[in-house]
Ligand binder design. Structure first.
Ligand SMILES: Cc1ncc(C[n+]2csc(CCOP(=O)(O)OP(=O)(O)O)c2C)c(N)n1
Ligand SMILES: [Mg+2]
Length: 720
């Protein structure tokens, strides 16, 4: 495939950069938008317009299946009455007559766009991946996803492809290469890039196809994904289904130039624009791009022009509210890809009218059967509400690690004395990645100074494709660009696919506080991530824990946010050379005491130990707990300690308000131990303002061992 293909498809004599609907329709009528190749010269007995006849019949049936399914779904989601002309029915007071819909989840129908998924998937095997979006019924069915399971999912049933957890926008069928779809626009482009990266790293001939709309090309992650995929020559095909609308906004109301396929060139890949309503055109471009990806030559961008015959979401046509006009709609209805194909099949003798009708009747029966199956399927049990949020399972380590007990600490046999930060960046990540490039090569150790969103999404996709990637955001602040991928995608995927797909990634986020860096290079956002149900959050305090917890995090089948605080990097201790794991969710008493319990995370734990030492000389004994895992929190350890001491101070490097310190206070407040407290719970986190830059303000902001000692002393002396 070359850029020239795209040029061939530009209508002759049209100089305007922007191809308006009118110009386009004229060009189509004149045949200028048709493929240049004259397929009709090929033998009709073997191939018609370049497609084997047997396959052509199958592709037609598939297009009918998608069309009939969508039309049936339209009636099931309809909640406004229409008359026989398809117009809304109003009551005597001028209100639209409402009807009860049978499918409640929002459905974005792909009626009119069927040729694109069908033409693309014609060249894919079950091993290949397809990543879709909110409008993915067609992608799912074309790739071989089960119609019955899809329909049951739309009805929210337990036997739906996502167990009723996903609905229309989260279709999944791992057996046929659909790791799931997501409605967050352009998000799955990054996932597809990650899955292709997994193939690139692990070898094999698997190709990934990423389907997205024209709106998605206006998102940064689209461009980031293209640049990355082209540079690494990933086996992926980017398919833009340009239906000329993003939600209710037309293409020419959003951009000055109509040139989506042109984005391929600056990224460094071939791109074409073709007629997506012509199955033959899609089929041949798809073959070329997929062959190219499979051969190792790298990605391509295919822009297919099309039009959705339904409105953006649901049964309406978007004519009712004036979003689209009747003329445009009728024009595109004339270009219906199914009718176009039927005409070709009839004129080339692939099918007779009778056979065509017979096939349609069979498909209609199949769709009716799927609806019946969905209706009669059981609903999910509410007792299973929490199932599959987190798995709490781990993979065995290939190196047979020593499993350390939660209470175990470093011994001194066969140990290296190393600093926390030692475990090839000159300044960002301590020395913790030194030598990885040399040892594992640049195929596995990839550096990207920016593109945080897209790379995090790629890591999510690679994890879906079976890898256990470790992603480092050298400053937690930069990970804010990737929050959607961590919070919206990684955390939710297991749940919304009913446990069929897991995302076992480790996102190592480094807090870089201090040094007058100011608000945007200092944030410690563990509470924000811990708030999210599908994430585990780890915060080691020592070098020994940093290694054991990192290995456990990699082996965990859940996504883990592994947070380092740079202020802990200088601490050195002896660490076993062997591979060992530490249990996630288990804390540790670092220092025993009976007067007060101090729960302290990461570098604050070191400060708490120093404070305990100072207070011991005053006759106050402090029990210092290191939770090690922020979520799930080791409630039993904390509550048992507080039952003994009757006092609690929580120290953390994040903000108090709505923070980790607040959570631990709530854990104790909700436990019976609350009635035996001798003093109110005290919090020792950050005050409610952003991190300041200048040194005196920083000093006041972060506190010190002395201020911590003072706070603990006040707590112990509290007399009510
Ligand atoms: C990040 C994000 N922003 C906004 C939305 C709301 N939204 C859902 S679909 C859609 C339109 C997407 O347009 P396009 O990519 O062209 O796909 P189409 O619906 O036309 O198939 C929008 C804006 C969203 N789901 N995700
Ligand atoms: Mg669109």
């Amino acid at each position: 495939m070359t850029q020239d293909h795209g040029k061939q498809l530009q209508p002759a004599g049209i100089k305007k950069a922007f191809l308006t609907h009118e110009v386009e329709s004229q060009a189509l009528a004149e045949g200028n938008l048709e493929m240049k190749s004259d397929f009709s010269t090929q033998s009709a007995s073997r191939k018609v317009l370049g497609i084997p006849v047997a396959q052509l019949r199958d592709l037609y049936r598939l297009m009918v299946r998608i069309r009939f399914a969508e039309e049936a779904i339209a009636e099931l989601v309809r909640d406004e009455a229409i008359n026989s002309d398809g117009e809304l029915v109003y009551d005597t007071q001028g209100r639209v007559v409402r009807i009860k819909k049978q499918i409640n989840c929002p459905c974005h129908l792909c009626t009119g766009q069927e040729a694109i998924p069908v033409g693309m998937c014609a060249h894919l095997s079950q091993d290949d991946y397809v990543f879709g979006n909110h409008r993915s019924h067609g992608h799912y069915l074309a790739k071989g996803g089960g119609l019955f399971e899809m329909m049951a999912e739309l009805f929210g049933r337990a036997e739906g492809c996502a167990g009723g957890r996903g609905g229309s926008m989260h279709l999944v069928d791992v057996d046929v290469g659909i790791p799931g779809t997501t409605p967050i626009v352009a998000s799955s482009i990054s996932h597809a890039v990650g899955a292709a990266l997994a193939t690139h790293i692990c070898g094999g001939k698997r190709v990934t196809v990423s389907f997205f709309g024209d709106g998605a090309t206006e998102a940064g992650r689209f461009h980031e994904g293209l640049i990355f995929a082209a540079y690494h020559k990933l086996p992926i095909v980017f398919v833009c289904e340009n239906n000329l609308y993003s939600s209710h906004i037309r293409l020419e109301e959003r951009r000055l130039v109509d040139n989506l396929a042109a984005y391929a060139a600056p990224a460094g890949m071939p791109g074409i624009c073709a007629n997506g309503n012509n199955l033959f055109e899609v089929y041949h471009h798809a073959k070329e791009a997929i062959d190219r990806a499979r051969s190792g030559a790298g990605p391509s961008l295919l822009e297919f022009r099309t039009y959705r015959l339904h409105g953006h979401v649901g049964a309406n046509l978007d004519l009712e509210k004036g979003i689209r006009n009747r003329m445009e709609f009728d024009l595109w209805r004339e270009r219906d890809p199914l009718r176009f194909l039927e005409e070709k099949l009839l004129s080339h003798g692939v099918l007779t009218q009778a056979l065509l009708e017979e096939m349609k009747a069979e498909v209609q029966k199949e769709v009716d059967g799927a609806i019946e199956y969905a209706r009669s399927s059981p609903e999910p049990q509410s007792s299973e509400l929490l199932t599959n949020s987190l798995s709490f399972t781990s993979e065995p380590c290939p190196h047979a690690p020593v499993v350390r007990k939660a209470s175990e600490r470093p011994g001194d046999r066969d140990h290296d004395k190393i600093t926390y930060g030692e475990v090839n960046s000159p300044w960002y990540v301590g020395n913790s990645t030194t030598g990885l490039h040399r040892r594992f090569g640049t195929r596995r150790v990839i550096e990207t100074p920016v593109s945080e969103d897209s790379i995090t999404g790629a890591v999510v996709g690679a994890a879906m494709a079976g890898m256990r990637p470790i992603l480092i955001h050298p400053r937690m602040d930069f990970a804010l660009l990737a929050v959607e991928q961590l919070v919206g995608q990684a955390a939710n995927w297991r749940y919304m696919t009913a446990g069929k797909v897991q995302v076992p990634l480790v996102a190592r986020l480094i807090v870089n506080r201090g040094g007058e860096q100011g608000a945007q290079h200092s944030q410690s956002l563990q509470a924000m991530f811990a708030h999210v149900p599908g994430l585990i959050v780890v915060m080691p305090a020592t070098a020994y824990d940093a290694k054991g917890l990192l290995i456990s995090s990699v082996l965990s089948n859940d996504p883990v946010i592994y947070i380092d605080d740079r202020w802990a990097y200088g601490e050195s201790e002896s660490v076993p050379k062997e591979v060992y794991t530490l249990p996630l969710g288990k804390g540790l008493i670092r220092c025993e005491g009976s007067d007060v319990t101090v729960v302290a995370t990461s570098y604050m734990n070191r400060r708490a130990l120093e404070a305990a030492e100072v207070l011991r000389k005053e006759g106050i004994t402090v029990e210092v707990i290191d939770p090690r895992t922020i979520k799930p929190i080791d409630t039993a350890l904390i509550v048992t300690s507080v039952a003994k001491t009757g006092r609690l101070l929580v120290a953390d490097g994040g903000w108090d308000a709505y923070g980790f310190t607040a959570e631990v206070a709530a854990v104790v407040a909700e436990s019976p131990v609350v009635s035996s407290l001798k003093a109110p719970v005290r919090r020792f986190g950050l005050p409610p303002c952003p991190a300041p830059a200048s040194a005196p303000l920083e000093k006041a902001y972060y506190g010190s061992v002395n201020t911590l000692v003072q706070a603990i002393r006040e707590l112990v002396r509290f007399s009510g």
